[in-house]
Design a protein around this ligand. Structure first.
Ligand code: FO1
Length: 330
């Protein structure tokens, strides 16, 4: 039987990407969604390899991600972290008790000699995930954020230092010589549609774009690439996590000399994507983004519950041909 369902590849980071990954996977069916995930936030804690963005997508695709926090396992407890605190340790990165099982198994398998992509595939199978989850690379790449007090790994800056500013520099240590993981470049070239997730452009999308070959593959597919805005300025933010992530994003965008706006994000991806999904609340930016060479689709992009995620996923899969003129899809 010939496969008629489209093959979709999405590139992204943690929370924003995972909110779209689950409804896309549900609409597309088994094996039709590939998610290429940023690994430049990965870190070692307590001898364990932690991959926050991979795990956020893994848990979302498995239907066990904590909805309110946006990361970690739903209803997880933090007894191990609290015990560390009782011992006087500054446990600044909160690893849930169930989440720890993922890190234990990942670290064990890495020590056994498996690559991060092999380990990720094993974890995804273990969680019953039938989408393909790919780390962007099997090599260690680390986002480093420089503020006046010094240079820190991404999670140290974001969590331990509460995204303190101003950010002077952001770099992706090791990215320019890190081969994309097996399957990454082909997943971009072979997909019917490629999506740049509504993820932080500086800390989640750019590390993937910094890997050799990724930009070229995307620009060769530009007419099939859709970018979804991660920034909505016209609507109020409703939870503290969103407020914190928005503040971090504003500081990272400023470090690149960019405004905190959908238009600025569109400018970053103009050579890579032909369609830009702009939130209805920021509709007044549509003509500027169109003038940048995009077809603009207006949609409700705030994924505050699974129904909204499904509606946005449906809008994305109804991909119109690349061209010009804005389309209202909400
Ligand atoms: N985010 C926090 O704000 N505080 C935490 O303590 C924290 C722990 C954590 C543990 C595992 C994991 O997979 C994610 C975790 N996150 C935490 C989320 C993470 O810091 C970021 O949201 C992403 O890395 C940004 O994409």
């Amino acid at each position: 039987m010939t496969e008629t369902r489209p093959a979709v590849t999405m590139l992204g980071g943690g929370i924003g990407c995972s909110r779209l990954a689950a409804p896309l996977a549900a609409l597309l069916g088994p094996g039709r969604l590939t998610v290429i995930v940023n690994t430049a936030d990965d870190l070692w804690r307590y001898g364990l390899r932690i991959c926050p963005d991979l795990d956020t997508n893994l848990y979302a695709l498995a239907g066990v991600r904590d909805q309110a926090r946006g990361w970690g396992v739903a209803s997880d407890s933090f007894r191990a972290m609290n015990q560390l605190r009782r011992m006087g340790h500054n446990a600044w990165f909160n690893l849930g008790d169930l989440d720890l099982a993922t890190h234990l198994l990942r670290t064990e398998l890495l020590h056994d000699g498996l690559s991060l992509s092999e380990v990720t595939a094993r974890l995804a199978r273990g969680f019953g995930v039938d989408a393909r989850l790919l780390p962007m690379t099997d090599v260690a790449v680390g986002t480093q954020v420089t503020i006046p007090a010094g240079t820190y790994s991404f999670e140290e800056w974001f969590v331990k230092l509460s995204a303190a500013g101003p950010v002077e520099e952001v770099c992706y240590h090791g990215a320019d010589s890190a081969d994309p993981a097996p399957g990454v470049l082909d997943a971009i070239s072979d997909a019917d549609q490629v999506i740049l997730a509504p993820s932080n452009p500086v800390s989640s999308i750019e590390p993937i774009l910094a890997l050799p070959g990724v930009r070229d593959r995307l620009s060769a597919r530009r007419s099939s690439v859709t970018a979804v805005t991660p920034i909505i300025n016209g609507a109020p933010m409703t939870d503290q996590g969103e407020v914190n992530r928005a503040r971090a994003r504003r500081r990272l965008m400023a470090a690149r000399g960019l405004a905190n706006s959908a238009t600025a994000v569109a400018g970053l991806y103009r050579d890579l994507a032909a369609t830009f999904v702009l939130d209805c609340a920021d509709g007044q930016e549509a003509s500027t983004i169109e003038a940048d060479g995009y077809r603009v689709v207006l949609a409700n992009t705030i994924i505050s519950d699974p129904d909204r995620g499904s509606r946005l996923a449906e809008t994305l899969l109804r991909r119109p041909c690349a061209g010009h003129g804005s389309t209202n899809s909400h």
